[in-house]
Design a protein around this ligand. Structure first.
Ligand SMILES: [Zn+2]
Ligand SMILES: [Zn+2]
Length: 391
């Protein structure tokens, strides 16, 4: 669909990252190389953002906390929180660059210079007003909501968070505001960060605007896709946003070391295509996407390429039938002759030519009890939470 797509990127992304999973720091380098191989830069714009300024942080964070992060950077060791998020020389600049990418995205989309912008270093959704958590220092998502409202008059913002962890910082910072916060995440009450239950619906002016779809581990595409489709389009059509923010953490992929949702690139493609369609249907295409979590560089790169190939129109549009993805099965490389021929044709159509490398082959088989649990979770949301904001 029409509308320019832009990637915000800064050379510091290719340095040390926020998580202790050292191999994940290379995800930007691997991803850019894959985007190039796939020819995505022919239609994808690229902008190098300026780092955010200190004053850019104050709408969401306290001056004392900003100063604390700067001091820990100067000390150059230890942690910013309870031993998840390290302090190191350069971490302050690095996080200002991540926030700067999101503010650049807001400027591009807010001004109409671009329809869709992807900041792979953004989506730091665990950061709170005065504390770091879960590899997140400053909450660029909440800052984006503030900037869109104050500078561009775009106050009806929907935040859809498909990272495998609950977007707790974003939810807390916007809990009393009528900003739609919709999060699908692995949830059992103990899995990090521990929040994101269906009863967390917001309060005050934000009552009904926090929508949490907690999902069981070992779910797979077969359980995730119906839950997503039952909740997300309906919630967005009820809310009618002026702009959509998509926290596109891909740590739910089955190759990821931190989350156990067992999703494949087909699900991330369904998410990208559905959100892209909804952005054009509801808000003139205005869609800002953040990279957020994802700790296996090869698979992060493939999920991000799937997103960008969808936004730039390189992958064919999905029909509703296509979005009922089959789950990846072990050894699904075509032993049954008749079925495999049909499967191959279908696959060539859905993942044509050079984009075939984006399709996952193989993967774990979902647990049947997980499918039932996900169905029940989505049903609780559609029966008890969505009616709170439906006209
Ligand atoms: Zn578009
Ligand atoms: Zn995550």
């Amino acid at each position: 669909m029409a509308g320019r797509t832009v990637l915000t990127y800064h050379p510091l992304y290719n340095g040390r990252g926020f998580s202790p999973v050292q191999r994940s720091w290379g995800r930007y380098r691997v991803a850019l190389s894959l985007f190039d191989d796939l020819g995505l830069f022919k239609t994808l714009g690229q902008v190098q953002q300026r780092p955010a300024g200190l004053e850019d942080l104050f709408p969401v964070h306290t001056a004392a906390y900003v100063e604390y992060v700067r001091r820990r950077d100067a000390q150059g060791s230890g942690y910013l929180d309870q031993r998840d998020t390290a302090a190191w020389t350069g971490v302050f600049e690095r996080t200002l660059v991540a926030v700067g990418g999101t503010l650049e995205a807001v400027a591009l989309v807010g001004s109409g210079a671009a329809a869709h912008v992807f900041n792979p270093g953004g989506g730091l959704h665990h950061a709170h007003r005065d504390r770091a958590a879960g590899f997140c220092i400053f909450n660029d998502v909440a800052l984006a909501v503030h900037r869109l409202r104050e500078d561009y008059g775009l106050g009806r913002v929907a935040v859809v968070d498909v990272d495998g962890h609950h977007g707790d910082g974003t939810q807390e910072l916007l809990y009393d505001q009528p900003v739609l916060k919709l999060s699908l995440h692995q949830y059992d009450g103990r899995f990090f960060p521990g929040t994101g239950g269906v009863d967390e619906v917001g309060w005050g002016h934000g009552y009904g605007y926090s929508v949490n779809v907690g999902l069981p581990r070992h779910l797979g595409d077969a359980g995730y896709v119906p839950a997503f489709q039952a909740v997300v389009p309906r919630a967005l059509r009820a809310y009618r946003p002026q702009v959509i923010l998509l926290n596109f953490g891909v740590d739910g992929h089955f190759a990821d070391p931190l989350v156990r949702l067992w999703l494949s690139t087909a699900t991330y493609r369904m998410v990208a295509a559905t959100m892209h369609d909804l952005a054009h249907e509801l808000c003139a295409g205005r869609l800002i996407v953040f990279g957020s979590g994802g700790y296996d560089p090869q698979h992060v790169a493939r999920c991000w390429a799937t997103l960008l190939a969808t936004l730039t129109g390189h992958l064919p549009p999905l029909t509703s039938q296509d979005s009922g993805y089959r789950s990846p099965m072990p050894g699904d490389d075509g032993q049954q002759s008749g079925a495999s021929d049909a499967g191959r044709e279908r696959s060539d159509f859905l993942w044509p030519g050079r984009f075939a490398v984006l399709e996952d082959r193989g993967g774990p088989v979902p647990a049947p009890e997980a499918l039932a649990a996900a169905r029940a979770s989505a049903a609780r949301v559609t029966s008890r939470v969505l009616p709170l904001i439906e006209p």
